[in-house]
Every structure is written in C-alpha cells, then in structure tokens.
Design a protein around this ligand. Structure first.
Ligand SMILES: O=C(CO)[C@H](O)[C@H](O)COP(=O)(O)O
Length: 262
C-alpha cells in the first residue's frame, strides 16, 4: 500500500478487504457503488484472478459494471441472477440499528433494488459514517424529470408540515446541468433536521407522485464492516451487537492502491 494514502482511504480499503471474506465460491454478489464499494470490487477481482474465486456480480450502477468487468468479475443482470446471496455496498450514514442513508453517488434506486433482493446486505464504511441519528447527510431522493419542480414543492411542503425539513431541497447538478441517474431521473437532496422516524419518513416520501425512491434503507442492512484509519476493522451484526473487532494489517506493496480511480 502506498504510505501516503489518506487515513479515510485506508479505512475504506480495510473495510472492503474484510467484507470480501464473506464472499464464497459460487455466490451471486450484489456490487455496490461509490469509492468504498470500488475497493470491494477490486478486492474481489483480485480473488477471482489470484485465488480462482468463481462469482457472478450484479452491479448497482454503470460505473460499477465497468469496474467489475475491468477487474475480471463476471457481470450478470439482476434478472439473470433472480436472487443474490449477498450484497456489499457503502453508505453515507449508518445508525445504531443499521438504518442507512445512501445515494451520495446517485445510485440509490439500483442499490435498494439489489440489496432488497439479497439474502444478506453488508455495508462497508469508514468510522466517520456512523451517526447517532440519521439526517446530517442530505437525504437523496430520485424523482422523474417530468414536473420535477412540482414534485419538489410537494415534498418540501409535506416535510415542512412534519417539521422534518431543515431548509430547502436542492437539485443535484453535474456541472451546469442536472445530474442524471442511470435511469435518466433527477436527484433532489433534502437538507433535513435530525430524522426522528426514518421509517415513517421513507413511507411518506415514497407516496408522493414523481418520487421514484429515497435513500433511506430501513431494515435492509444486516451487518456493517467498519474500517479505521489505523487498519482496525470492526464487524457489527444487527442481531448480536458488536461481534468482532479485529485488525487487518496493511501491506505496503499492495498494488491495489496504484489504480485508485473512483
Ligand atoms: O450510496 C452510495 C452511492 O449511491 C454510496 O455507497 C455512498 O455514497 C458512499 O460512498 P463512498 O463509499 O464513496 O463514501
């Protein structure tokens, strides 16, 4: 490993490397999106190449699909897989009940569909993603472009009446154009107060016409693998509390670090 890698990148890497150990021969694996998930894909690619691991991956975005192919993972669609043994993905926030905010990378819709179609969802994250209450990270919601400003007004009006919206929502941009998801939709980022009842908020938001999905993942994640900048890794399971804290040692020469690109 390059020693000038930042502590956050080290934390992401060790979380991904540990989580890769959950993947077994023959599994159908949901592959998340984002910089942490990209480490996971690289780790799995290495296991496919060097250890002969046989897996089929279902990517949660076009970016991840490209990376998975590049590192030698067989890519299939969710409909080909039908059901997945495991999904491993990053998160923007997780709380003590392993509820999540996701969608910082704009892939929340495919991520939620894939995670929900899996026996097990494992989240990989650096310790900075742990929160007592969800909501400091803006909650992404995916909306269809048709009438998006009307949808935005409805969302804001509803959330203000619930005393959830801190300030206005913002349309995610890509330069001077709206950001488009893989499905061609837009993302609204909701700047919220502390989310008191994520389950209720998720249901309310998803009932509004024009909203396709929101970035709250409730009762979907089973396990979180938390990485620390000094190389420690903690595996936390929702049923058993903290089940293991272990240290994964860095290898200074680890060539996985040379192609950090996400
Ligand atoms: O939900 C996501 C993408 O839609 C990512 O998992 C989330 O944004 C975390 O990303 P990163 O690992 O880069 O911090």
């Amino acid at each position: 490993m390059s020693s000038d890698l930042s502590p956050i990148d080290k934390a992401k890497f060790v979380a991904a490397k540990r989580a890769a150990q959950f993947v077994e021969d023959g599994m159908r694996v949901g592959l998340g999106t984002g910089s942490t998930a990209a480490w996971l894909v690289r780790c799995l690619g290495e296991m496919v190449r060097d250890d002969g691991l046989k897996i089929r991956g279902v990517p949660t975005s076009s970016r991840t699909a490209q990376l998975a192919r590049d590192v030698g993972i067989e890519v299939i669609s969710l409909d080909e897989a039908k059901w997945l043994d495991i999904t491993i993905d990053g998160a923007d926030e997780f709380d003590g009940e392993l509820n999540l905010i996701k969608g910082g990378g704009g892939a929340l819709l495919q991520e939620k569909i894939v995670a929900t179609a899996s026996d097990q969802m494992i989240v990989i994250a650096d310790i900075g993603k742990e929160v007592e209450h969800l909501g400091a990270f803006p909650l992404p919601i995916e909306v269809i472009p048709f009438g998006w400003q009307t949808t935005q007004a409805l969302v804001e009006e509803t959330l203000i009446s619930m005393d959830v919206l801190g300030r206005s929502s913002t349309l995610r941009m890509n330069g001077d154009r709206p950001f488009h998801t893989d499905e061609g939709n837009y993302i609204l980022d909701l700047h919220l107060n502390r989310i008191g009842n994520p389950r209720q908020l998720s249901l309310v938001v998803n009932q509004m016409p024009g909203v396709v999905e929101n970035g709250l993942f409730i009762d979907i994640c089973d396990t979180v693998v938390i990485g620390y900048g000094d190389g420690r890794v903690e595996v936390r399971d929702i049923n058993e509390g903290t089940v293991a804290t272990e240290r994964l040692d860095f290898v200074e020469s680890d060539n996985l670090f040379s192609d950090l690109s996400d």
